[in-house]
Design a protein around this ligand. Structure first.
Ligand code: CDP
Length: 210
């Protein structure tokens, strides 16, 4: 069984994906980390993010083994840079097979990102589209960055989130959007527990209706 979770920046997809995976004993892949890792390699090598050919080569040779443990990937700068390289079709193509295999290999998997329900796992049994008001998402990201010891201004984060949403939704390749058969969950007024309970109810409804 595959649970596909998509949604905009800081909507809580990652936290939710992790909790659903733990609940069902499924594998979990935060696909944003793949794009963040591509951006990080470019930045480490002082290669401009605008260099599509270099980004593609990095994506084709990406070491995906320790993404979860790399806290630098979770920083604000990396999210912004990831959104630039993720708009390149050849970069997305290079990362597609790994994501698809991840879903197939495990007996159950949760994948979260922007295009899981639409492109990566169009046949996923359950598709969730997680949203929240930009101001609330900026508040959550602000708290998260501060707790990780990063310098962060709420206003700057809000601007970043709006810019990233716009870029992710309007790009020509795999734009951020809900799949036709996705269930949308607005978490603006839900905390992490509330979002988990609401998502669990949706997943259980889908499972029992099969
Ligand atoms: O945690 P947050 O939502 O801020 O970011 P993320 O999920 O790690 O994604 C970072 C960037 O990678 C996004 O802004 C997207 O541009 C890109 N991304 C994507 O294009 N497709 C995915 N499946 C996942 C992320």
């Amino acid at each position: 069984m595959i649970i596909a979770i998509d949604g905009p920046a800081a909507s809580g997809k990652g936290t939710l994906g992790k909790r659903l995976a733990e609940h069902y004993g499924f594998a979990h892949l935060d696909t944003g980390l793949l794009y963040r890792a591509v951006a990080r390699v470019l930045m480490d090598r002082d290669i401009p993010l605008a260099d599509q050919a270099a980004a593609t080569e990095v994506a084709q040779n990406l070491d995906v083994s320790h993404l979860e443990d790399d806290s630098r990937l979770r920083g604000a700068a990396m999210g912004e840079a990831a959104s630039v390289v993720s708009a390149y079709q050849p970069v997305r193509d290079a990362l597609l097979a790994f994501q698809r295999q991840f879903g197939v290999k495990a007996s159950g998997a949760v994948l979260d990102g922007r295009d899981i329900g639409t492109v990566v796992c169009p046949d996923a049994e359950v598709k969730l589209f997680i949203t929240a008001a930009p101001e609330e998402r900026a508040r959550r990201r602000h708290r998260e960055l501060l707790s990780r010891g990063e310098q962060a201004e709420y206003e700057t984060i809000l601007v970043d989130i709006r810019r990233r949403d716009e870029r992710d939704m309007t790009r020509s390749t795999a734009p951020l959007k809900a799949a036709a058969d996705a269930v949308t969950l607005d978490t603006t007024h839900l905390d992490a527990d509330g979002a988990f309970r609401a998502a669990l109810a949706i997943v259980e409804r889908k499972r029992t209706s099969k």
